[in-house]
Design a protein around this ligand. Structure first.
Ligand code: EPZ
Length: 423
């Protein structure tokens, strides 16, 4: 396994290019199952999660060709489709469950393994399965697999009220509904930019979808979809993560491809903490306003609220803010695993249930720490960049799931960071 060694240093300066969104790409790729014509994605991120989704789609009979060093994915599902998503692939990545809707829409049946445990929470699929049942699917759980079958081989439109604005369930149902009979309405749909990106891709394939980006999405089923070429939207979570680098270390960094509208709630919190964010021709420029970071309170919510995927990174900033901040995690039940690792670096954090109280300290101190999940791992790197001394972050395979070339991108703006092979 690899580790990343960071020596705390001074101010940063330069530019960081932001890649295509992992969480958009992971739902755009299964959309290729909805047509027998080619779907090509450009601006795809080079990540291990994308390689896992590629492996899964190939196991289902899709042809997936990676071009331009992985930035272009050419996919085609014109042959026979295998409708069984095997546990040994699905267990590596929960987003594998996003093949359920497309397989049901295309073939009328599917057997998709339940993903199993996840570090940040139970992450059940009841909203996905209850919604598909309203669309006429019979779904049974047997041997750890969801066995799904559409009545009469074809899903039918329904009005579906989500109990929670689930991102994955919105994506699965939107894809399933594109080929269903009649019209499907999703009330309390997720509004994330990745949902809008998927809708734009599906419309390019001939789907009839309105209301994406709002809480009410309407999909008029069509007989078939054709191929398309679609550019993956910028990754707002990678963007927010790297915006925190100059915020934590000082200096000024420009994030290429960044736009404020992807992260308005997050930018409001940065402003309150004393960070200036300026839109430029090519992206976002980020710098501290006058040297001090102020404590702010954060509550994670579905978009357009503060993203749960930036909670751990924001906590790293608040560890050295002036004053006490309260972070409330309302999306996942166990998403503070970075707190004990930050405490090893001298942070003053009190966690009770879904609330973390952070009292700023002058400086963090480097220490050996362990990555526990994707976003926790990068929050430790950010904290280490401004800490006194050296930090070694182990189990960095978590990072490779969601951040391409993280060492090169941070070295490019002056961080003292390197990746080493553990003996
Ligand atoms: C997506 O996960 C993202 N993953 C997550 O990013 C992100 O944290 C999450 O949305 C919230 O924004 C991808 O897009 C691949 P949800 P998803 O369904 O779809 C509960 C990262 O770091 N729920 O909106 O799984 C669930 O348990 C990852 O990139 C049900 O109870 O999120 C959770 O508490 C982590 N029943 C909450 O809703 C269901 O049927 C949010 O889940 C579905 C979800």
């Amino acid at each position: 396994m690899d580790s990343i060694v960071v020596k705390g240093g001074g101010a940063l300066s330069g530019q960081i290019p932001i890649a295509g969104a992992k969480n958009a790409c992971l739902t755009l790729m299964p959309a290729c199952l909805l047509s027998d014509q080619p779907l090509t994605l450009t601006n795809a991120p080079r990540l291990s999660d994308i390689r896992t989704m590629t492996e899964l789609l190939r196991s289902l009979g899709a042809e997936v060709t990676s071009l331009q060093e992985g930035k272009v994915l050419a996919m085609s599902c014109h042959g026979a489709i295998n409708t069984r998503a095997e546990y040994d692939i699905v267990r590596k990545m929960r987003a594998s469950n996003l093949v359920l809707g497309p397989l049901l829409a295309r073939e009328g049946h599917a057997q998709v393994s339940l993903p199993g445990g996840c570090a940040i929470g139970a992450r059940p699929m009841d909203i996905h399965t209850d919604s598909l049942a309203l669309m006429g699917a019979q779904i049974d759980l047997r041997d750890g697999y969801l066995h799904a079958k559409a009545d009469g081989g074809k899903l039918k439109g329904a009005v579906i009220d989500f109990p929670f604005a689930s991102v994955g369930a919105t994506e699965n149902i939107m894809m399933a509904a594109t080929l269903a009979k009649d019209t499907t309405v999703i009330n309390n749909a997720a509004r994330e930019p990745e949902i809008v990106d998927l809708a734009e891709c599906l419309r390019a394939m001939g789907a009839q979808i309105d209301g994406d980006g709002t809480s009410r999405i309407e999909i008029q089923g069509v007989d078939s979809l054709h191929g398309a070429t679609h550019r993956v939207v910028t990754d707002r979570i990678e963007l927010g993560t790297y915006m925190l680098a100059p915020a934590i270390c000082g200096g000024e960094v420009e994030l290429l491809g960044g736009r404020i509208n992807l992260l308005a709630a997050f930018c409001e919190k940065l402003d309150a903490a004393g960070i200036d964010v300026t839109e430029t021709e090519s992206g976002l420029k980020v710098a501290r306003r006058n040297g001090n970071i102020h404590a702010v309170n954060v509550t994670t919510e579905p978009f357009p609220g503060f993203p749960t995927d930036l909670q751990a990174q924001m906590m790293a900033l608040l560890c050295t803010a002036e004053g006490t901040s309260v972070l409330e995690e309302k999306i996942f039940e166990n998403r503070f695993m970075h707190a004990p690792e930050l405490i090893r670096m001298g942070a003053d954090i009190d966690v009770h249930g879904g609330m973390a109280t952070v009292t700023g300290v002058k400086k963090l101190k480097g220490a050996p720490v362990m990555a526990t999940d994707l976003r926790a791992s990068v929050s430790l790197i950010l904290a280490a960049m401004a800490a006194e001394g050296e930090t070694k972050v182990s189990r960095v395979y978590h990072l490779d799931r969601g951040y391409e070339h993280v060492v090169a991108k941070l070295r490019g703006v002056g961080a003292n960071i390197e990746r080493i092979k553990d003996q």
